[in-house]
Design a binder for this molecule. Structure first.
Ligand SMILES: [Zn+2]
Length: 85
C-alpha cells in the first residue's frame, strides 16, 4: 500500500499571491491596458519620467495633446463640476 500520488492541486492558478499581471490603466479612458501589448503597438508616452500606456492611438494622441489634463498630480484637488468641454 503506497500513497505515491502527487497532489496536483498546487498546479492550479489559485496559489496565493495576487496576479502580478502587467495591466496598467489608460489615463485617458481609464481602461485596462496590457503593458506589453501597448508597448509593442507603440502606444506609450513618457511624461515627467513616467511612462503611460494607451489602448488606442486616439487615447495616445489625446494624452499627448494635454498630458496634465489626464493625470492628477494631486488628488487633493476636488473636481469641479464646471468642466468646459
Ligand atoms: Zn484608451
Amino acid at each position: 500500500m503506497q500513497f505515491a500520488r502527487a497532489n496536483q492541486a498546487f498546479a492550479g492558478l489559485c496559489g496565493g499571491g495576487k496576479m502580478g499581471w502587467l495591466m496598467v490603466q489608460d489615463p485617458v479612458c481609464d481602461r485596462e491596458v496590457d503593458r506589453q501589448r501597448a508597448k509593442a503597438a507603440g502606444l506609450t508616452s513618457t511624461y515627467k519620467g513616467q511612462t503611460y500606456y494607451f489602448c488606442s492611438p486616439e487615447c495616445l494622441r489625446e494624452f499627448e495633446s494635454c498630458p496634465g489634463l489626464h493625470i492628477n498630480p494631486t488628488l487633493e484637488a476636488t473636481p469641479q463640476e464646471a468642466y468646459a468641454g
